[in-house]
Design a protein around this ligand. Sequence first.
Ligand code: ZN
Length: 697
Amino acid sequence: MSESDPQLAANPLVQMEGLPKFNLIEPDHVAPAVKHLLEQCERQISEIEQTLEPTWEGLLQPLEEMDLGWEYAWGPVCHLLSVKNTEALREAHKSVLSEIVAFGLRVSQSQAIYKGLRELRDGQGWTHLDGVQRRIVERQLRSAEHAGVGLEGEAKTRFNEIAEQLSKNSTDFSNHVLDATKAFTLDILDPQDADGWPESLKRVTSQSYNQGKAEDDPESTSERGPWRITLDLPCFIPFMQHSKRRDHREDVYRVFLTRASDGNLDNSDLITQTLSLRKERAGLLGFDTYAELSLDSKMAPDVDAVQGMFDELLAASRPYAVEDLDEVRKLAEDEGESAPLEHWDVAFWSERLREKRFDFTDDQLRPYFPLPRVTDGLFGLSQKLFGITIDIVEDEESVWHSDVRYFRVLNEKSDQIASFYLDPYSRPQDKRGGAWMGGCLSRRRVRGELRLPVVHLCCNGTPPVGDQPSLMSFREVETLFHEFGHGLQAMLTTVDYADASGTSGIEWDAVELASQFMENWCYHKPTLMGMAAHVETGDPLPEDLFKKIVAARTFRSGSNMVRQLEFGMTDMELHHHHDPDGSESAFDVRSRIAERTSVIPILPEDRFLCGFGHIFSGGYAAGYYSYKWSEVLSADAFSAFEEVGLDNDSEVERLGRKFRDTVLAIGGGQHPMDVFVEFRGRKPTTEALLRHSGLRG
Ligand code: ZN
C-alpha cells in the first residue's frame, strides 16, 4: 500500500489483518481497492514469471501470498452481495468483475507458471516437499492441463474453439429451458378445481396470475382465484401433489416432460453436439471419454467404481421402489380411483399416503425447536465429539447486520483455533435464499505467522416474532447441522496452506462428507430430545412425534434412490459408452437405462433430457453420481459410531476425536480415499446408506 494515499489507507478492503470490517465497507470502496490490488498483482505476476525458481518458496508461496489480498478485498464484497445486497453494491461488483476474471485467466493460463510447476514436479526439489505441498502442485498442474495449457498448434486452436462452442451451447440450453418453462401456463378459474390445495400453492399461483394478467382482467385473490399454474418447480411439484383434477395433472405433466424439445427451443441437437464436443475435448487431452476426464479430478477412481456403486444401490433399492408403487396404487384403488396408475398420479397419491401415515406438520414441530436451544445442542454435541468449546463474542463490531452473531472456537487447551459468523434468519429484501457455509478467511501462514480460519454460516430461518425466539422447522434444524458440518471442516483444519486448508481442494464428490455426517445426529434420540423443549411450556418433544420424524426419513426412499440412480446412470452412460455420432440417440440411451430403473415405463415421447440442466448447462456432466457417492461416505462414516454404540459415551468420544483428526483436520491435504481409510480403517461400502434409507432387511 502506498502510504502517501490517505484515501486508500482508510479503505477497509485494503487492510489484511484481523477480521474484515463488514460494518465499514461501502460500495465506493470496491473499485479503488480492486484497482490497487490488480496493479500490485500484475507487477507481482510479471516478476514471478520472469524470475521464478521451480521451488515451493520461489513459486507457490508468492502465489499464495498474492491470494491473501483477494481474500480481504474481494471475499467480503461477494459475501455482502449475498447477505446485504444493494443496487449500488451490485453495480460496484459488476464494474470490476471482468477485470478480475481476466486476471484469473491470465494466471491460470500462464505458460511460465505451468513450466515452473512441471520443473518442480520433475526436478530435485520434489523430494523436499511434504505430502500436502505435492498435492497442491499436482492439483494445479492438473487443472492447468485440463484447461489446455499443455496443447500447442492446431490442437490448441481446436481446443479453444470447442471451449467457446461448449460455453455457448450451455447458455443456449438453459435459455431454451427457461423460455419453454415460461411459455406454458394453465389458468384454473373454477374454485372447485383448487379444492384441497394448500394455502401456499394458492398464494403462489394467484400471484403468478396477477403478474401475467392483462390490465382489464379482474384481480386474483388467493382464496377465490383465478390461479395460474406454471412449470416452475415451486408451483409444478405441489400442483402434481394436490390437484384432484386428473386431466389437469396429465396435461401439465406431459408438457413438463417435453419441455424444450420442439420448434426453435428444441434442445435435441444441442445435446448431440455437446456430447460430441465433450468427447473430442477429452480426446485432445488424452482421455478416451469425457467421463474419464471428469473423474480424473474426483475421488471416485474410475467409471467402473461408479458403476459398481450404481449396481449395488439399484439392486437393493429397486424392489422397495416396486413396493412403494404398489402401496400407492392400492391407496388409489381404495379411495375409488378406477383408472390405472400413471406417471401423473404418483405424486398425488404418494402425498395422500404421506398425510395418512405421518400426520404432522412443520408448524406442529416449530415450538419445540427455539433457535438458542438448537445451537446449544449443536455446540454441546461438537464439544462431546470433537473436544471444542464454542463461545459467543458479545461485542464484535465487524458484523454486517444486528442479527449476526460472532463465535470463537477453542480447543481442549482453551486456545482459540477458529471463529465463525452465524447469520441465522431470512431477510428477503437483501439476503439471498437457501443456506450455505462460506469461507471468510483461510487458515494459512503469512510470513511465518499462523492465521486462523474464519467462516460464514448463513441460513434463512424464520426470524423471531415479538419476544419469542426464532422457532425452527425440523428441516431448518437439519440444514443448520449440515452447514455446521461444512464449517467444522473449514475450522478444525490443521493444514497451513490456504490451497488445501479447510474445504479448499477437496474433490467435489467428497465435499459433502462432513456436512451430511452431522445431519445424521438429528435422528439420534438423545441429541434431538436434548435440544427440543416447547418454547412456552418447556415440555419435551412427544415420543410419537419423534417416531414420526424418524419414520418420515425413509418414506419412499426406495423410489427416491432409484430416481437419483436413473439420472446418474444416464449421465455416466452418455459420457462414457455412448457414441454421440453413432446410431443410438441420447434419447435411446435414456430409454435403455430407464428400462432397468423406472417402475412405470417411461412415455415414448419422454424428452426429460431436453430439460436436464444439471448435466447440459450446470457443472454436473459425468458428475451427477457425486450426490450418491458422498452419501455413501457420510453414512459409512456415521456407521462407525453406530458400531460402537451411539450411547457409549467414551467410545463415541474416542471416535469423535479420530474423525476430528482425520476427516476434519486433513480435509483437502490428502486424497479423500486415504483420509477416509485412515478414519474408517477400510474403504467405504454402501451398507450403511442402504440401512439408513430403510433398504436393508
Ligand atoms: Zn452441503
